[in-house]
Write a protein of this length. Structure first.
Length: 333
């Protein structure tokens, strides 16, 4: 009697990728965040919520993108690794210029202007410390935003007029609307037009024979309920700056980072951000003295394309929630 031998079909073993589904899902969630934030930075318009609020964290996406791409590659999630590597390349391209040193200014160069910008934090900053900072930095021009009447009086009491006898201001009272400019030399053709919610006064200084227009900048912050106002004020600032024929220095609290399209629209093809041009890294200026670390670069010195910058210094202002920024600008290289 002959028995029948049945054919036995082997079931192939399922190859499970390392980490399992839970790890894979977590990676895709983090990868989705990386891709979403990269897309937000690539958008040419940021005048809506939540784009205006989240685009400022762009530099912090770099380590997250690197972590997710490397982990996805190690755990054989190839599609996610490819997508995050592409996002990482874009993020590095946006951040890297901040770490490439610029030309700087030659020693004993003529036509230089040392500028200092301070946010007085509703007038709560230490006015005497700011005047001392003017001395220490040998500043030629001081811009103060969130300038209140009490802080103005504090500057005078601390002797600001002894070193900077010329000034122009607007909307000085209480809270955040007030802004002012002080200078060692005469401020001519002052403009205190109330074209924005917070004052942005401007005036002209003579820099070794070259007239330079200086503006204290302070648009409203892009809070969800007033994002449209912020975007419009940035657009108005861009238009006014590009219509001005004189060389310019715009300094203050822009309530935006370089990653905001609205800020880059102010720069256009004429201006550049001193922090980026100096190439000494990111100038993280806000918040200071809070429970969260300083993580946004809101305070800027913006200069005409032909100007050189050097000696960029970030400074702690007692009583303020912003760091101050001092920069030497060469008006006529």
């Amino acid at each position: 009697m002959h028995g029948r031998t049945g054919a036995i079909t082997a079931t192939p073993a399922v190859r499970r990728r390392p980490g399992g589904r839970a790890v894979g899902l977590a990676l895709w969630v983090l990868g989705g965040l990386v891709l979403a934030l990269t897309l937000v930075r690539a958008m040419p318009h940021d005048g809506v919520t939540p784009l205006a609020q989240v685009v400022g964290v762009t530099p912090w996406v770099v380590p997250l993108a690197l972590l997710v791409a490397a982990t996805a590659l190690a755990l054989r999630r190839r599609l996610l690794a490819i997508l995050c590597t592409a996002a990482l390349a874009a993020q590095v391209a946006w951040v890297a210029p901040f770490f490439v040193p610029g030309q700087g200014i030659e020693a004993d160069a003529q036509g230089t202007l040392r500028v200092l910008t301070v946010n007085a934090y509703f007038g709560q900053a230490d006015a005497a410390a700011v005047v001392q900072m003017v001395h220490d930095q040998d500043a030629d021009v001081l811009a103060v935003v969130e300038l209140t009447a009490d802080f103005h009086d504090g500057l005078e009491t601390a002797g600001i007029e002894m070193v900077m006898p010329h000034h122009v201001d607007a909307k000085v009272g209480t809270g955040s609307p007030g802004s002012g400019l002080w200078s060692r030399t005469e401020l001519t053709d002052p403009d205190t037009t109330a074209w924005s919610t917070f004052a942005m006064p401007a005036a002209t200084v003579d820099v070794d024979g070259t007239p330079v227009r200086v503006t204290a900048v302070h648009p409203v912050p892009p809070l969800p309920e007033i994002t449209g106002v912020w975007h419009q004020e940035m657009a108005d600032l861009a238009r006014r700056a590009h219509d001005e024929p004189l060389q310019q220095v715009l300094l203050g609290d822009f309530n935006s980072t370089y990653d905001h399209a609205s800020f880059r629209a102010v720069l256009g093809d004429r201006f550049h951000d001193a922090t980026r041009t100096a190439g000494h890294g990111l100038n993280l200026s806000w918040p200071v003295g809070e429970r969260v670390p300083t993580f946004l670069d809101l305070d800027h010195v913006v200069v005409d394309e032909g100007m050189r910058v050097d000696d960029l210094t970030s400074l702690v202002v007692p009583g303020s929630d912003h760091r101050a920024l001092a920069v030497t600008v060469q008006a006529a290289p």
